[in-house]
Design a binder for this molecule. Structure first.
Ligand SMILES: NC(=O)c1ccc[n+]([C@@H]2O[C@H](COP(=O)([O-])OP(=O)(O)OC[C@H]3O[C@@H](n4cnc5c(N)ncnc54)[C@H](OP(=O)(O)O)[C@@H]3O)[C@@H](O)[C@H]2O)c1
Length: 277
């Protein structure tokens, strides 16, 4: 697990303003990279976490140069205990961490019985266990200080069982229940949790999940930047649940109100066709 400041003196006081630190997991692509861009613009110093060092180094160098922030890179595979421990240690070493974005995640698609079980386990390790442990690591110092925020990136897929997406939607259902419950425990502490539930977002996610996207209409998609915009607006207004985009809000409300038996039958037919499984 290597850890490399993006500039030699990156631990010095930031020239761009007061010290506000955010740690973003999954910052090498998609929504995580968009969070990093936006937070650097909003004068946060950053720790960027993912596996692909080159991508992180390039982003860190550009953000440090453009926005004058301290941007550090921490290369870690969050499906491994070693990787999670390295990020936990970094969080513990940053008592002024203001924002943790638990964004790293991936999906698989296909009938569960036909999928490689090791891949399904890795999905649970990343989407569930890493998020749980890093949230725990951040909350101790945040509670003691009486402020700080954690954004847990979930999905509309977490609102109902998702046939042909079974493990993915189950991991996101965990994130939904967990984030809402812990948020309640934090009432009155000054520490906030956000449950961010995007719909289809143009990133590398679908490629990684092996999902065919031809059947998904244009209007259903959002950009990663728009998702981040909605999340940070929700953070400013203290919203626990953020569903970016009008269409997604309607879909989210529908998914939460439809009986599970109906949702999974309809979902099974629609997802099999949409995902090409
Ligand atoms: N895109 C969508 O349609 C959509 C919709 C709803 C929710 N989401 C959620 O949004 C989050 C971000 O996804 P995205 O759409 O931005 O996907 P993406 O473009 O594929 O980015 C995923 C990020 O996670 C990192 N990652 C993957 N495996 C990792 C591991 N083992 N250890 C550490 N980092 C790892 C990747 O970096 P490396 O490969 O460099 O490690 C990458 O930075 C996920 O939690 C996803 O479930 C996405």
């Amino acid at each position: 697990m290597s850890q490399a400041p993006s500039t030699p003196d990156s631990r010095e006081a930031s020239p761009g303003g007061p010290h506000r630190l955010a740690l973003v997991t999954g910052a090498s692509a998609g929504i995580g990279a968009a969070f990093a861009e936006r937070l650097a613009r909003d004068a946060y110093d950053l720790v960027l976490v993912a596996r692909r060092r080159e991508r992180l180094d390039e982003l860190a160098e550009r953000l440090a140069r453009t926005h004058g922030r301290r941007v550090d890179v921490l290369v870690a595979d969050l499906t491994t205990s070693e990787g999670v421990r390295a990020v936990e240690a970094r969080i513990a070493a940053e008592p002024t961490l203001e924002l943790l974005v638990n964004n790293a995640g991936f999906g698989t698609s296909g009938a569960f019985a036909d999928l490689d079980c090791d891949g399904e386990e890795e999905e649970v390790r990343l989407n569930v266990l890493a998020l749980l442990r890093l949230t725990h690591a951040a909350l101790a110092a945040m509670k003691a200080r009486g402020h700080g925020s954690v954004i847990n990136v979930s999905s509309l897929a977490g609102f109902q069982p998702g046939p042909y997406n079974a493990t993915y939607s189950a991991t996101k259902a965990f994130v939904n229940a967990f984030t809402q419950a812990v948020s309640e425990e934090l009432r009155g502490t000054g520490v906030r949790l956000q449950l961010l539930c995007p719909g289809f977002t143009r990133t590398e996610f679908q490629d990684v999940a092996g999902v065919r996207t031809e059947g998904i209409p244009d209007f259903a998609w959002m950009s990663a930047e728009a998702v981040v915009e909605a999340s940070l607006a929700g953070l400013r207004s203290g919203d626990l649940l953020v569903i970016p985009g009008g269409g997604n809000k309607v879909l989210g409300a529908l998914l939460r109100s439809v009986p599970s038996a109906v949702a999974r039958r309809v979902g099974g037919v629609v997802l099999r066709r949409t995902l090409g499984k």
